[in-house]
Design a protein around this ligand. Structure first.
Ligand SMILES: Nc1ncnc2c1ncn2[C@@H]1O[C@H](COP(=O)(O)OP(=O)(O)OP(=O)(O)O)[C@@H](O)[C@H]1O
Length: 247
């Protein structure tokens, strides 16, 4: 039996004629942080969406522990409860308070009693520096605070795996650090995270593994040190040089 918490084999995804992911093999072990890097359109978001069953894959398998997520007999809504996902555009429910955003899934999907769900949510808010924002509506929060609330919401159901899709891309530069600090803290606490990111310095700091995608293919993967400091592939070197130019 594999030790990977997440195991992707031969994953292929196409939109119409357009092949977006080709034969992706990827493992994420428990407690690891794996960063997906690559240019715009390389397939990072699509890969995360396939893992969260927001897309139907055309070929290949995705396993979360012993469960084959790509098994067509599986109810995607049930499988998805084991995964937390956070997007670039926070996607908080605007008509609900921060506390209600966080307790919604535990209460309605997992059947946790309100009092217990709220106590857990307050602990999360405290940890994420949002203790005083519980009763605010999202539009009263800064982008960084909204994104931290979105992370709290993803954590509230105690997922086995977290997927972060460029969660700092929509933030003003001065707010990026506070969100990345939260991710670094989650890593220290032993969570398992697969994340697409444009933050190379952050990937270097926290990633156990880095995967470089281009044209829907994992061109290179390895330790952060190996991929980001001594890439083997010409395409990775080109991408990193461009990323450095932009920063
Ligand atoms: N629903 C869709 N229908 C058709 N094509 C799509 C769809 N979603 C994504 N694509 C295409 O799939 C390719 C991969 O997109 P994806 O969003 O996964 O890339 P990405 O690496 O996450 O890019 P970015 O860094 O800009 O977010 C792109 O060419 C995109 O245009």
């Amino acid at each position: 039996m594999s030790e990977s918490l997440l195991r992707i084999r031969g994953l292929r995804k196409q939109y119409g004629e357009r092949l977006v992911l080709r034969s992706i093999d990827l493992d994420v072990a428990e407690h690891q942080v794996v960063c997906l890097i690559g240019g715009s359109g390389s397939g990072k978001s699509t890969l995360l969406r396939c893992v969260d069953l927001l897309e139907v894959v055309d070929d290949g398998t995705v396993h979360l522990n012993e469960t084959e997520l790509t098994d067509p007999r599986l109810d995607p809504d049930v499988a998805r409860r084991r995964i937390g996902i956070v997007f670039q555009a926070y996607n908080l429910f605007p008509h609900l308070s921060v506390l209600d955003n966080i307790t919604l899934a535990p209460r309605q999907v997992h059947g946790v009693p309100r009092r217990k769900a709220e106590a857990s949510a307050r602990e999360l808010l405290d940890r994420l520096g949002l203790a005083d924002k519980a009763h605010e509506h999202p539009d009263r929060l800064s982008g960084g605070q909204q994104q931290r609330a979105a992370i709290a919401r993803a954590l509230a159901t105690e997922p086995e795996l977290l997927l972060f899709d460029e969660i700092t891309s929509a933030l003003d530069p001065e707010l990026v650090g506070e969100v990345l600090d939260v991710v670094a803290d989650l890593k220290r606490r032993g969570l398992t995270i697969l994340m697409a990111t444009h933050e190379m310095d952050f990937a270097r700091r926290v990633a156990d593994r880095v995967c470089f995608l281009e044209g829907g293919v994992i061109v290179e993967q390895g330790t952060a040190e190996q991929v980001l400091t001594a890439p083997r592939e010409q395409a990775t070197r080109r991408f990193l040089a461009r990323a450095l130019d932009r920063s």
